[in-house]
Design a protein around this ligand. Structure first.
Ligand SMILES: [Zn+2]
Length: 395
């Protein structure tokens, strides 16, 4: 039996006045999802419980039956995994953004999406100035880099509390510096970066061109060595994952899934929709389960654009859901999202999310696919493990 999970990041939402009181999912024209809802089994599932970051990494792990309280290794660790860095022993991985701070205020969490070619130069420079045997900077993509710290002293069994820089735009950074045991080391590195980075020739050139300088690093999202059963061991089937997003690919890596690359998968509305569907259809020939993750829905909500979100949902329905079910009508299909993203608040929320299980041998006659119709079924899973068992074993 073949299984497909089609996940539109942040698809669920609240009702929006710009859409005449409908949610984007209600407003969008989605004949494929509506058909699956009618024929399949719908309901809600809670993926983001209190006490853990409101992120896709936590949500997808918990959807896959890996509850964050037992399993979540931290964002840095998932990003390291997606870059092929395996953490050893007490090593910790942190996300390092190249940011622009003006007069003590977080002005830009990405130094205006600094190109990878420049961030590589600056990471090498930071390694020369601040790195040693225990502290290593690793260039990633654009402003998204990594810091690996050999866990000694205060940072051995402990990850300091940190704040993502995109959450503190326009705020005074000194109120959001790392806190708790081990924080001093991180604070020292941030402070030293503010002495070295502004004088680097590359930043001087940026300023001459009127671009914001990458004048500080911001360290956050610490993670430790992941531990947990591989997906195949847990469920007895081989899985693969398709996503443009590093942390999601990192989930695939730590669960020993095949991480399938798709050219021009960008994570926005211009992503290679067809390429993703095609890669999924192909991968299903040899794998038992394929996850296709689409980011464009979440991006549109972060941009606060309800119409763009509706368009992204319609593309998801047509290009991904439609193509997959016509190529593999025999497969069991999960359709849903990882978490809700509010277009009004422009951020993730902990609302339970609607899903469809199709081809599992039971139906609860949901008339369409939406947050409301899923709630009206009265089905509400509290854990991903329950849902995955039903999905993989059937009723
Ligand atoms: Zn998001």
């Amino acid at each position: 039996m073949k299984h497909v999970m089609l996940i539109a990041d942040g698809m669920a939402d609240h009702s929006l006045s710009q859409l005449g009181g409908k949610t984007p999912l209600q407003k969008a024209y989605t004949p494929n999802m509506d058909r699956l809802a009618k024929e399949g089994y719908c309901g809600l599932i809670t993926t983001l419980k209190e006490g853990f970051p409101l992120g896709s990494d936590v949500a997808i792990l918990s959807l896959l039956g890996y509850p964050p309280d037992k399993f979540y290794p931290g964002r840095g660790s998932l990003e390291a995994a997606s870059q092929g860095i395996k953490l050893k022993g007490h090593e910790k991985a942190f996300r390092v953004n190249l940011v622009t701070i003006e007069d003590g205020i977080m002005a830009d969490y990405s130094a205006e999406h600094i190109p990878s070619s420049q961030s590589r130069v600056l990471m090498r420079y930071l390694n020369e100035k601040l790195g040693d045997r225990n502290i290593q900077f690793h260039p990633g993509v654009s402003y998204r880099n990594l810091l690996i710290i050999k866990g000694k002293g205060e940072i051995k069994d402990n990850i300091p509390f940190t704040t993502p820089p995109h959450d503190i735009i326009g705020k005074e950074v000194r109120n959001y510096l790392p806190r708790g045991r081990g924080a001093n080391l991180l604070k020292r590195l941030i402070k030293l970066s503010q002495e070295y980075l502004p004088q680097h020739p590359l930043n001087i050139k940026r300023m001459k061109k009127g671009l914001p300088p990458a004048n500080s690093i911001w360290i956050w999202g610490g993670g430790k060595k992941p531990h947990g059963e591989s997906f195949q061991k847990k469920y007895g089937i081989k899985a693969g994952i398709i996503s443009a997003v590093d942390v999601i690919k990192g989930i695939g890596t730590i669960l020993d899934m095949e991480v399938i690359k798709v050219r021009k998968a960008t994570g926005d509305i211009h992503t290679n929709w067809r390429g993703k569907a095609k890669a999924g259809i192909k991968a299903l020939r040899k794998l038992d389960l394929v996850i296709i993750h689409i980011e464009a829905t979440d991006e549109a909500a972060h941009m606060g654009d309800p119409h763009l979100k509706v368009a992204a949902i319609e593309s998801f329905d047509r290009e991904i859901v439609g193509r997959i079910i016509s190529a593999h009508p025999e497969a069991r299909v999960f359709v849903g999202c990882d978490h809700a993203t509010s277009t009004t608040l422009r951020t993730h929320t902990r609302d339970p999310i609607p899903f469809i299980l199709w081809g599992i041998g039971k139906s609860n006659n949901c008339p369409t696919f939406s947050e409301v119709s899923a709630r009206l079924t009265g089905v509400h899973f509290k854990s991903g493990e329950e849902l995955m068992k039903l999905f993989i074993m059937g009723k």
